[in-house]
Ligand binder design. Structure first.
Ligand SMILES: NC(=O)c1ccc[n+]([C@@H]2O[C@H](COP(=O)([O-])OP(=O)(O)OC[C@H]3O[C@@H](n4cnc5c(N)ncnc54)[C@H](O)[C@@H]3O)[C@@H](O)[C@H]2O)c1
Ligand SMILES: [Zn+2]
Ligand SMILES: [Zn+2]
Length: 351
């Protein structure tokens, strides 16, 4: 089969590799129908994630058709169309029993890490993928949901919802600010709307992205390159700050921006993946009764979000900016990697 193989920092190839085979009784093999590229794949390609070694097939998102099932798999069958969660869950360990699939203690990849596709085991940017712990890690695709929409449920929609909106405890009437209007920030905006906030403010440096954010439910947009951006945000509250500030960029500056606009007793929900230490002004913040949260997505709300996408209660197609054929995945990487120029959001790659 063909697959997108990581060859070391800065290098990748779309090349012929052996087909995956069932190695555990709980595995299934899935023929990919639709996959996509995540910002994390770009981090890997820069060499920022040393656990990914040359030879690894990338990708942790996708929908496909089951072509083989392991001997212990009883609730899935050949021909089923499934959404592959970016998090693999054994379903039996202490963390899985709590729904904290991101820290699954199963032995696949590495015990304690639920994100293994395209990281510690071969991923979904391929014609076929081996899916471990299949019965507890895939979701049947209902007929109302397209494979392309299903692909958005592998990672970005659960991430924005769980680590942004739920950890941020968004509730009716809140003013919510989301810093970063990439796919993950937009997913936080789209799912925040489920809880009835009075305003959702999209904040980004990219004028095109904050404009687009309105399609996902943002009520207001603030360009953080404006010198008075903070005053603009506060003017959209009662002057005391936002109830929830969601960080969806992953750099120290934007985390600090969240702490500067949150009101006393509010919430800062960090979603961004950080590569550098962040200074936390506890000497100012301790007195403000603010809650700060962070984490790796669990995809424990994937099933709920799937129902909402099926009922068109969550915007989904608007995330898809470009569509490519699987054989053109290198071109898809190029377009996605130049998002500011190409206006790419999610690039969908169809087999
Ligand atoms: N916690 C998790 O489980 C999890 C899962 C998936 C992704 N992520 C992380 O979420 C973050 C967002 O992902 P994405 O795919 O949407 O990223 P992205 O790069 O597509 O979007 C980031 C956005 O931030 C904006 N931005 C950059 N600097 C800014 C600044 N100083 N002020 C305001 N805006 C700024 C960019 O213009 C861009 O629109 C990344 O750090 C990603 O690694 C976390
Ligand atoms: Zn991802
Ligand atoms: Zn587990």
């Amino acid at each position: 089969m063909k697959a997108l193989v990581y060859k070391g920092p800065g290098q990748k190839a779309w090349e012929e590799v052996p087909n995956p085979t069932i190695s555990q009784p709980t595995d299934v093999i899935v023929k990919i129908v639709s996959t996509t590229i995540c910002g994390t794949d770009l981090h890997i390609l820069k060499g920022d994630v040393p656990a990914v070694t040359p030879g690894r097939i990338l990708g942790h998102e996708g929908v496909g058709t089951i072509t083989e099932v392991g001997s212990a798999v009883t609730s899935l069958k050949i021909g089923d169309q499934v959404i592959i969660s970016c998090i693999s869950a054994c379903g039996h360990c202490d963390f899985c029993k709590q729904g904290v699939f991101s820290h699954c203690l199963g032995e696949e990849g590495a015990s304690g890490i639920g994100w293994i596709f395209g990281h510690l085991i071969d991923g979904t940017q391929a014609e076929f993928v081996r899916v471990p712990y299949a019965e507890t890690s895939v979701y049947l695709l209902p007929k109302e949901v397209t494979p392309q929409q299903g692909t958005l449920l592998s990672d970005i929609l659960p991430t924005g919802h769980e680590i942004g909106v739920k950890y941020g405890q968004v509730k009716a009437g809140d003013v919510v600010a989301v810093i970063g209007a990439g796919p993950v920030g937009l997913a936080a905006i789209a799912t925040a709307g489920l809880y009835g906030p009075s305003r959702i403010i999209s904040i980004d440096l990219d004028a095109n992205r904050i404009k687009q954010a309105k399609l996902f439910g943002a009520t207001d947009a603030v360009n953080s390159s404006d010198a008075d951006w903070k005053a603009q945000v506060l003017a959209l509250t009662d002057g005391l700050g936002v109830d929830v500030a969601i960080e969806a960029v992953g750099i120290p500056e934007t985390f600090t921006m969240c702490t500067q606009i949150v009101r006393p007793a509010g919430h800062v929900a960090n979603v961004g993946v950080h590569g550098r230490p962040v200074e936390l002004a506890l000497q100012d913040l301790w007195i403000s009764n603010v809650t700060i949260s962070m984490g790796l997505v669990n995809t424990n709300t994937l099933g709920t979000l799937l129902k909402l996408v099926a009922q068109k209660k969550i915007v989904s197609d608007a995330f898809i900016s470009h569509t490519f054929a699987l054989d053109d995945i290198i071109e898809a990487y190029d377009v996605f990697g130049r998002a500011a120029e190409t206006k790419a959001l999610k690039v969908i790659i169809n087999a």
